[in-house]
Design a protein around this ligand. Structure first.
Ligand code: KG4
Ligand code: ZN
Length: 332
């Protein structure tokens, strides 16, 4: 089954063609550059950019896959969570295409997409599927969810952030340090030359639960930077490394605890922050079960992950997707 899949929930206009939920035939991703000047995403600007590029990007995805729309079996698009104006562009465009071509339309949960990125491949040999049950950590610019995936499309929320998302904390601290947007990769780069033990930053452990909190850490980093500024040039690498270590420790510790408690067969990561190599290494170090992480370019938002989630959504039909879009659609 061949699915044309659309992702426009935030600042990537992305369209992919995916076969049987796993094999990527095309995966076109246009990251909007308009937001670099503002250092953050203005929803109206993002929606307008999606509107401008969705049609040519869909054409390119079909061309890359070497298929015409009539050779596609279904159209899918992210219907939430995300920015409403942005979701509407992709979901309405997808629905329109499906209607015009007489194809089924599948509304996809963006967070399920991040999970199902672990099923994708574009190589000649077929990698094995991740083993279930699994603990999944979905960490992005807007979410930090620790979930138990009991079976296909059966998710149980173990914990989530009670304030900022992990990626959001990376973005805010990067801005504070005068680094670019998005902040995650910039912090990771700066941290490579820094000492992670230079500054002990507070971790909000929220003992006895799986929830996270990053806003206290963000404020403590702000205070640290202000006090360092008074003394001279800020040692950006040391601050970046210390901050990154605090985030990674909190995420890795709770993920490892969930793996041990639930006796799962694998652990998976998803979402933009899963691209962080320190996070991957620390989780790998702490768990005994296999760790699955999508390749870097499939961690951040893309259409292929929507195509994968759409396929498993058809196959293991869970609760029906809402007819419209929903900015706060939960994973579990
Ligand atoms: O999943 P994603 O592309 O979009 C959302 O659904 O939010 O995640 C984007 C987030 C941004 O906050 C970005 O700073 C973060 O992922 N990110 C990273 C890295 N690459 C992207 N955070 C830490 N380390 C990275 N290497
Ligand atoms: Zn995302």
């Amino acid at each position: 089954m061949r699915i044309l899949a659309i992702e426009t929930s935030c600042d990537e206009t992305a369209v992919a063609v995916v076969e049987d939920g796993r094999r990527i035939r095309a995966n076109v991703i246009a990251t909007q550059l308009a937001h670099q000047a503002t250092g953050g995403i203005i929803p109206e600007v993002a929606a307008r950019e999606h509107l401008r590029s969705i049609d040519p990007i869909t054409d390119k995805a079909l061309r890359d896959a070497g298929v015409e729309l009539k050779a596609v079996d279904a159209v899918a698009a992210t219907v939430g969570p995300g920015l409403v104006g942005c979701l509407l562009v992709g979901a309405n465009y997808g629905r329109g295409l499906a209607l015009a071509a007489g194809l089924p339309f599948i509304g996809v949960n963006h967070l399920e997409g991040h999970v199902y990125a672990n099923w994708l491949y574009d190589t000649e040999d077929v990698p094995p599927e991740p083993e279930l049950p699994a603990v999944v950590l979905v960490v992005s610019g807007a979410h930090s969810d620790l979930v138990l995936m009991e079976a296909h499309r059966r998710f149980r929320l173990l914990g989530r952030t009670i304030d900022d998302a992990a990626g959001e904390a990376f973005d805010k601290v990067a801005r504070l340090l005068g680094l670019g947007f998005p902040g995650g990769p910039e912090i990771e780069r700066a941290a490579k030359d820094g000492n992670p033990s230079a500054y002990p930053l507070p971790k909000a452990w929220l003992a006895d639960r799986y929830d996270f909190s990053f806003s206290g850490l963000k404020t403590a980093t702000l205070r640290l930077v202000r006090s360092l500024e008074e003394k001279g040039p800020v040692p950006v690498g040391d601050v970046a490394a210390s901050f990154q270590k605090a985030v990674v420790d909190a995420l890795a510790e709770k993920t490892a605890r969930a793996v041990a408690e639930h006796g799962v067969r694998s652990v998976m990561l998803g979402g933009g922050v899963a691209a962080n190599t320190a996070l991957r290494a620390e989780i790998q170090r702490r768990v005994a079960v296999p760790l699955r992480v999508p390749p870097l370019r499939l961690c951040t938002d893309n259409g292929a992950m929507v195509g994968a989630a759409a396929f498993y959504s058809l196959r293991h039909r869970g609760p029906e997707m809402p007819a419209g879009v929903r900015s706060n659609l939960p994973l579990a």
